[in-house]
Design a protein around this ligand. Sequence first.
Ligand SMILES: NC(=O)c1ccc[n+]([C@@H]2O[C@H](COP(=O)([O-])OP(=O)(O)OC[C@H]3O[C@@H](n4cnc5c(N)ncnc54)[C@H](OP(=O)(O)O)[C@@H]3O)[C@@H](O)[C@H]2O)c1
Length: 257
Amino acid sequence: MRRLENKVAVVTGGGGGIGAATAALFVREGARVVVVGRTEDKLRKTVEAIGSENVSHVVADVSKVEDTERYVGEAVSRHGGIDVLVSNAGYEGPYKAMTEHSVEEFDRVMSTNVRGTWLSIKYAFPAMVKRGGGSVVITSSMAGLVGSPTHSAYTSSKHALIGMARALAHDGAPHNIRVNAVCPGVIDNEMMASVHTRLAPGAEAAFQGAISARVPLKRYGTNEEIARFNLFLASDESSYCTGGVYVADGGVTAGFM
Ligand SMILES: NC(=O)c1ccc[n+]([C@@H]2O[C@H](COP(=O)([O-])OP(=O)(O)OC[C@H]3O[C@@H](n4cnc5c(N)ncnc54)[C@H](OP(=O)(O)O)[C@@H]3O)[C@@H](O)[C@H]2O)c1
């Protein structure tokens, strides 16, 4: 039996690297999946690449209440409920020293990463309660565990998501809803590519090489490696796991050197 047979999953940020890989794996494992994001072209690309009647999309901004109500409502009306939420939409924000960092930029990062995740869970919870339980997987980051220079808004937001998973595990437990956080390290996808371009324009490959050299496993992770982690937490294989923080970072946060 496939690991998500008869399950309905919502994946926010489903037009991006980790979200698209997660949606694809979930469909292969038997789920019906709704991917959510702001850019219809990206979502269509995900849906077309998966090529199954079991995946569809909703264009929505996760930071908005009315959009959240709409994408949760769509998932329920299309499939009869929600069993799994992968709250994964995220914005990395600027790399800027505190003195250069605008309040507006701070608010945008928080609004997407923290408010957007909280809203997704708030509105998906009732649908999960009706199903008798479910699993929420929050995409935090290794930036949720350690600090790095010039990235204060993103780091703050990803730390907040770990607190959110731990707090909401208590809210979910009486309803058999599990809430866990995944902390990817550097992942070889468009988000990191845009970081390379911003921090080392014209020298992206050398920059990636230098970062890789500092990872104990000496490479970036892949979208699929995070998708597999999401699958474990979404499925009944993790039935005793809630309030947990799961790291997939090639060893970066294991310690110094
Ligand atoms: N890449 C890494 O190395 C890495 C490492 C650790 C953690 N993460 C986290 O992993 C998650 C997925 O990122 P990724 O690596 O797959 O990067 P990505 O390709 O940039 O995907 C992020 C997705 O989030 C969506 N999004 C952003 N703001 C949104 C909003 N307000 N409403 C709805 N959707 C929104 C984007 O789509 P639209 O712009 O179309 O809305 C995009 O598809 C993020 O939370 C990120 O912080 C990534």
